[in-house]
Write a protein that binds this ligand. Structure first.
Ligand code: XMP
Length: 327
């Protein structure tokens, strides 16, 4: 069994050598724990679950089955990247479930932020459980639990959901290979396991995905405007050397329209809000001030390339008083 608790004297994993040492040790304890049994993993494409997948592929190969549920609220290119990295490159058993319609149908007309979050979380577990029931002989469930999750859960800050809240009848033994690591250590380990830097160093992304950046009732066209504007923002930040420097950046498309003019004709479209922030602990957040040149360029690109947008606004509010996300 892997260690349950981080030893007080554990050296912070900051170098490839330390990462390799950790990986080697984990692989042998994973093999010991799992034997010839089968393991299931919900692979979101986030840093933690991706690193867990890469580690398990190395340790037990095709005894691992990954399930990637696309809830339709992922960023542009994300499901494709999960398939490419894990199925094509790492040869993982990957079940890809495109549940977009199912999620968006359930969310149709729902305006309350907390209800939206509950629907997304609940439906996610349901889809995952359905896939798990189709598989035979699974005894283990792998999770991307990391050390801060344990600490926060012990401190009563947030509940750490073991097994992601799966139904009572589905009892698996847990496999948590990055449980004693801090986030920065997970990243170093992920790189050594061969994951692309874009996956390992990606900015935080909320579980309910673009759903919280499409405030109010989600519609497919407005969601698409969020996804396309987010892709432009990410592309421009990367081109301008801001990727990896700015902590988090994204777009929001609120549910109201304003008058504009394009090619001599009246338009009545949504605004797109840009938010770019820096923080260390996410409790307090400052705003990244962009250059005038970049602002002008972003406005131009978003207006001309994203259907349904006729204004670009910049959110320069720190936290507190504003939270990072809009819902
Ligand atoms: P707020 O909006 O609370 O966000 O200031 C703080 C940080 O947490 C992220 N966030 C989430 N992450 N599931 C997550 O995994 C969620 O439901 C969730 N909501 C917010 C947010 O992106 C920011 O980095």
């Amino acid at each position: 069994m892997a260690e349950e608790r981080r030893p007080d004297d554990m050296t912070r994993i900051t170098t490839p050598e330390l990462a390799d040492e950790f990986i080697e040790k984990q692989i042998s304890s994973l093999r010991e724990q799992i034997g010839d049994k089968k393991v299931l993993l919900a692979l979101s494409g986030g840093v933690d679950s991706s690193v867990v997948a890469a580690m398990l592929i190395k340790a037990v190969g095709d005894q691992l089955t990954c399930v990637h549920v696309n809830h339709g609220l992922l960023r542009k290119g994300e499901p494709e990247q999960v398939i490419e990295v894990f199925r094509d490159q790492m040869k993982a058993n990957l079940i890809y479930v495109d549940a977009t319609d199912r999620f968006l149908d359930k969310l149709a007309g729902v305006t309350d932020p907390e209800t939206k979050r509950k629907i997304i979380g609940g439906e996610f577990i349901e889809v995952f459980a359905e896939e798990a029931r189709k598989l035979d002989g699974i005894e283990f469930l792998a999770q991307g639990t990391i050390w801060p999750d344990i600490l926060e859960s012990e401190a009563g800050i947030k509940a750490h959901h073991n097994a992601g809240g799966l139904p009572e009848d589905m009892q698996f033994e847990l496999v948590e290979p990055v449980r004693i690591l801090f986030k920065d250590e997970v990243r170093v380990v992920g790189e050594r396991l061969g994951l692309p830097a874009g996956m390992v160093y990606r900015q935080p992304f909320p579980g309910p995905g673009l759903g919280v950046r499409c405030p109010g009732a989600i519609t497919r066209d407005r969601l698409e405007a969020v996804r396309e504007s987010d892709a432009i923002l990410r592309e421009e930040f990367a081109k301008n050397g801001l990727e990896g420097k700015v902590w988090q950046y994204f777009t929001v498309v609120p549910d109201f329209k304003s008058t504009g003019v394009k090619d001599g004709k009246r338009t009545f479209d949504w605004p797109c809000i840009i938010r770019a922030i820096n923080t260390t602990d996410v409790m307090e957040v400052t705003v990244e001030h962009l250059s005038d040149e970049l602002i002008d360029h972003l406005v131009k690109r978003i207006i001309s390339e994203v259907p349904g947008i006729n204004r670009v606004l910049f959110d320069y509010t720190p936290k507190p008083p504003a939270t990072v996300e809009y819902e």
